[in-house]
Design a protein around this ligand. Sequence first.
Ligand code: PLP
Length: 395
Amino acid sequence: MKTFSKFARFFTEQSRNNEIITPFDMKVITRDLESKGKDIIHLEIGEPDFDTPEHIKRAGIEAIENGFTHYAPSRGLLELREEVAKYVSVTRKISVSPNEVVIVPGGKNVIFYTMMALLEKGDEVIVQSPGYYPYEIDASLFGAKIVPLPLREENGFSFDRDYFKKIVSEKTKLFVFISPANPTGNIFSKEDIEFISEQAMKNDFYVLSDEIYSRIVYEGEFFSIASVPGMRERTIILDGFSKTYAMTGWRLGYSIAPKNISDIFNKFLVSSNSCTATFTQIAGLEALRGPQDTVDEMVAEYKRRRDFIVDALNEIRGIRVVKPKGAFYVFPNITGLGISSREFVMKLLQNGVATIPGNTFGKYGEGFIRISYANSLENLKIAAERIQKTAEELS
Ligand code: PLP
C-alpha cells in the first residue's frame, strides 16, 4: 500500500501529540473506568457544567422547526456576522465590519486556519508555555519552529518582557496570545499588551489573540491587543460561544481578522466544512441579542468555585497554587509531592479525580496539573478531599 501523507504521519507516529494526555484522551480513559463502576469527579475538560441558557436552546429548536436546516453562506449568516461585528466593536472599542467576521464550527478552527494561512517551514511561532496545547501541535504540523515563552509561577504566570524581546527575531511570524489564559487563568496587563504590540509592529509579526475567555474575568479588566492602535491589521481574534454561553457542543465560534485573511479563512472553510450549522448560528444570534444575566450568574458562580478550590488546594502539603484572575482553571504546583505531573494525575484518577498533567501544556507546564473548576461546588469539595488523600499517601 502507498504511504499516508506527512500530515497523517505527524498525527500517528511518535510526536509530541502522542506523548501528551489531552482532555479528550482523558475523557476516553475516564469513560472506560466509569463503565467498570468507578466514581470519578471530572475536572479534566474546559467545559461549563451549566446547561445552555433556556432562551438560546429555544432559539436553536425553533430554528430547526422553522427550516434553518440547510447550508448557510460559508462565512456565516449575514445577520450573525453583523451582530458579532457589533459586539466585538463595542467590547474591543474597534471598528469591525461583517466582512471581517468568519463564523466557524468552534473557535478551535481559527487556530488551524491561522497556522495554515501564515506558516511555512523556517517560520518561528512564539507560544506561551504553559499554554493551550493545540497551538504547539498545529504550528509544528505546518513545519514552523516553536519558540516557548515561559510564564513563570513566581510572576503570577505573567511573562518577562526582556525574555520576550530576546526570543523575537526576524523569523518570528506569529505570536499566540491567550488572555485570560488557559491553563493558568492569568490575565495580562495593559502594559504587557502594549509592549507585545510594540514588538509586533517593530518586528512585523502577526498576533493570534485567543479571547475565548474574555467574558470570564474576576479581577481586572479584559483588554484586547486588537484595541492597540496599529494592531488591527496584524491581529486575528479568536472568540466564540462555547465558554461564555455554555455552548461547547453546539460548535460555534468566529474569527475577526483583516479582510484579506478572512477571505483565506473562508476558502479553508468552503473546502473543509462548507459552512457552520445554520440553526446553531440562529442560536448564537439569540445568545448575543438576548439577556446576558445568565452569563453574569455563571461567572459569579465560577468565582465562588475558584475561591473555594484555591483555598482548599493551598492547604494541602506539597501543593501550592496562584489565584487565577479569569477563565475556569487553576494550575497548582505539585513539585512538593516528589513525583511527575503525569504520575500524580494517574494516582488522582485511581482516587476518583480526573485532571490533566501540566506537561500537556508545554515544556514549562511540568510540575503542575490543570484543574478545571467548571463543576459544582459540591463536587469540588469531594474532589479536594480526594486530592488531599492522594497527596497524603505520597508523604
Ligand atoms: N482557545 C482556548 C484557550 C480554549 O481553551 C478552547 C477550548 O478549550 C478553545 C480555544 C476552543 O474553543 P471552541 O472550539 O469550543 O470554540
